[in-house]
Design a protein around this ligand. Sequence first.
Ligand SMILES: NC(=O)c1ccc[n+]([C@@H]2O[C@H](COP(=O)([O-])OP(=O)(O)OC[C@H]3O[C@@H](n4cnc5c(N)ncnc54)[C@H](OP(=O)(O)O)[C@@H]3O)[C@@H](O)[C@H]2O)c1
Length: 400
Amino acid sequence: MSNRTVFQNNENSNPSNRRDFLKRAALFGAAACVPPTVLVSSCTGAERKTTSSKESQNENTMPVITKRRTLGKGSAAMEVSALGFGVMGMNYHRGTHPDEKAMIKLAHEVVERGVTLFDTAETYGPFFNEELAGKALAEFKGKIAVTTKFGFNYAGNKKNEMPAQANSKPERIREMVEASLKRLNIDVIELLYQHRFDPHVPIEDVAGTVKDLIAEGKVKHFGLCEVGAETIRKAHAVQPVTAIQSEYHLMWREVEKEVLPLCGELGIGFVPYSPLNRGFLTGAINEYTSFNSGNDNRNILPRFTPEAIRANLRIVEELNKFGRTRGVTTSQVALGWLLQKAPFIVPIPGTTKLSHLEENLRTLDFTFSAQEWSELEMAVANITIVGDRYPASEQKQVQN
Ligand SMILES: NC(=O)c1ccc[n+]([C@@H]2O[C@H](COP(=O)([O-])OP(=O)(O)OC[C@H]3O[C@@H](n4cnc5c(N)ncnc54)[C@H](OP(=O)(O)O)[C@@H]3O)[C@@H](O)[C@H]2O)c1
């Protein structure tokens, strides 16, 4: 335990939190009277529960995450809530959104519910998503982990500027870390990821730079996004990797071939990004949904054309069918499927809505048998998915 970072919350330690809880309990009325089911998961090993069912039933019985999972092992281990939170969509790439004040309030609600893993990146904006995370979350430093990512150049530091090119040169990583620490208003980055592989910089040099930053106390843990098995092995040999963050959900399962088995072998955690396939698996999107706000990358993703959506909704219907007889929503089926895949998996769904947050966190209230999940998997696998996940220019940047 000595060399592992542990992030836990004490929900009732702050009187204003307690006040908010009571307010919400009144607001949610009858729903708040139902005690949360205690998660009895088939997952073992890296996962453990930190509070008893009685402890989790505070006076309002809101869904407070009590399950913890461990990303990485040994000196690279990091214990976090079993579900994390993606900050990106609060102001970037997910279309129109509520104002900053509302997003800061929601981020506080996420912390209050026991979530300790938050995800942002330099490139989200660029910069303004990290700034939002800083404004909303800096006051919780030491209690939660705000994770971020490096890996690009920006020509003019402009809002909504697409990254000019990959850049993981040591000096660029250092420059980014200094700037991110300021934007996030924290003293140390708990988990720093390379966002995309840079073909011009050997991964050993990237890992070596992060290793130095860890020794200097600016970074605590190292992660990589969208890399293949060979890259992971090379990086891990230089600096033990805490987590791989790549796309993973019922409509994109490439990581099952090599990456997830390797994570299991090396004791590396796995953080599935876009775990709801950017909202598609929730059932809230149909062929008439517009992604044209100027701040929504789904308008260039081949799986989000009206034709692809129309065809792929058959998948959502399978999730819906699975959930209907079990009393759970399609979003919960999508997240639950990921959580049961391995005890070292910590999905990071994002939302701008408190009701969606509650729904997503309640995924931890249920479990189903391996047989049930495999039937769902087979039903989905029988459906041909229409449209690539990324346009060719973005697919080139990933190794899977
Ligand atoms: N490493 C990488 O390359 C990479 C790439 C992409 C994303 N990420 C990370 O992954 C995080 C999550 O990814 P994401 O935002 O792309 O996708 P996501 O979490 O799969 O989906 C988010 C979308 O789903 C909607 N949603 C969430 N819960 C819902 C519910 N219960 N019911 C209905 N709709 C719901 C949200 O809209 P509402 O606001 O309406 O709820 C939002 O538009 C990001 O924040 C980011 O940190 C990393």
